[in-house]
Design a protein around this ligand. Structure first.
Ligand SMILES: [Zn+2]
Length: 296
């Protein structure tokens, strides 16, 4: 199999070819997940991602549930949970695996990415630089919840998260405390998709709160832009940001090394932010032939 970047990740084997995460609408392509830098219409994607596509960009595609194998241009294709965000998939194409953005630790609103034995592995290098390591997710989550409980004692608290993925992950965390969460309509529109797929999230739309209710101690999950002045809400005590938590939805550097080793690939291709650094580390530390794809 040959792999290169050409308007997407192009996988070729003799006369067969398939494009993964194309930059623009490509019928017959495969789309890994619903973040804007990966999301295009026309391709094959999980039913969850397809619904996210409809809300975020419009357009259509072909739904392929996790674990169901199809024949695509002569390739056997299966989508596996990537543990990155709701609906996110790793893509298996014959004996090649493309991780897309992935996280072996998973999250409260998605499963975990599990390694697979393959010949070729294309891996997301977002944190592919030695030293890019996060504390265990459990610890970050409990730090966040402890902080939140303390802050709620003196009034409402706003949490900022990107509208798809992080925000719903925050709703799920706050739900553990049994505290009411109010969210922007956009975040709620996306969270509604989670509900339709059986993920238990409890939230209210901001637009449904009365003026009186807004003063009650409650957590708000809002897009990051809303927290900067002039803020939509008067969080007078907390203009600016009071605390930050490294709640990551990507594999960190050590996760990457472990995952790659466990897949036992003959060849590794690295993609995205730190592709060159990761390729070097895979060559040197793991002694596996590795190449950085020149992605967008
Ligand atoms: Zn992503």
């Amino acid at each position: 199999m040959r792999v290169r970047y050409e308007g997407g990740i192009l996988v070729q084997d003799l006369l067969k070819e398939v494009i993964l995460d194309p930059v623009r609408k490509t019928p017959g392509s495969i789309v890994s997940h619903g973040h804007m830098d990966h999301l295009t219409s026309g391709g094959i994607m999980t039913p969850q991602t397809l619904e996210v596509l409809k809300v975020r960009r419009g357009g259509t595609g072909q739904a392929l549930p996790y674990g169901k194998e199809i024949d695509l241009n002569g390739f056997r294709v299966v989508l596996k949970d990537a543990g990155h965000v709701f609906g996110s998939a790793m893509v298996r194409v014959d004996d090649l695996l493309y991780t897309g953005d992935f996280n072996p630790e998973g999250g409260s609103t998605c499963g975990k990415a599990r390694p697979e034995f393959v010949q070729s592995l294309i891996v997301d290098a977002t944190y592919g630089r030695p030293g890019y390591n996060f504390p265990p997710k459990k610890d970050v989550e409990s730090d966040l919840l402890n902080w939140l409980e303390m802050e709620l004692a003196s009034g409402p608290v706003a949490l900022a998260g990107y509208e798809f993925g992080k925000s719903q992950e925050l709703i799920s965390l706050v739900n553990r405390l049994g505290v009411e969460v109010a969210v922007s309509d956009r975040i709620a529109d996306l969270a509604d998709i989670y509900l339709r797929h059986g993920i238990d999230l409890r939230y209210r739309r901001l637009s449904s709160l009365t003026e009186e209710e807004r003063k009650d101690p409650r957590a708000y999950v809002l897009p990051p832009g809303w927290l900067r002045p002039p803020a939509m809400f008067d969080f007078t005590r907390r203009y600016g940001v009071d605390a930050q938590f490294p709640l990551s939805d990507h594999a960190d550097f050590e996760d990457l090394m472990d995952f790659i080793l466990a897949c036992r690939p003959r060849r590794v291709y690295t993609a995205f932010s730190n592709a060159k650094e990761l390729a070097k580390a895979v060559d040197r530390r793991l002694r596996i032939k590795s190449e950085a794809l020149l992605t967008r």
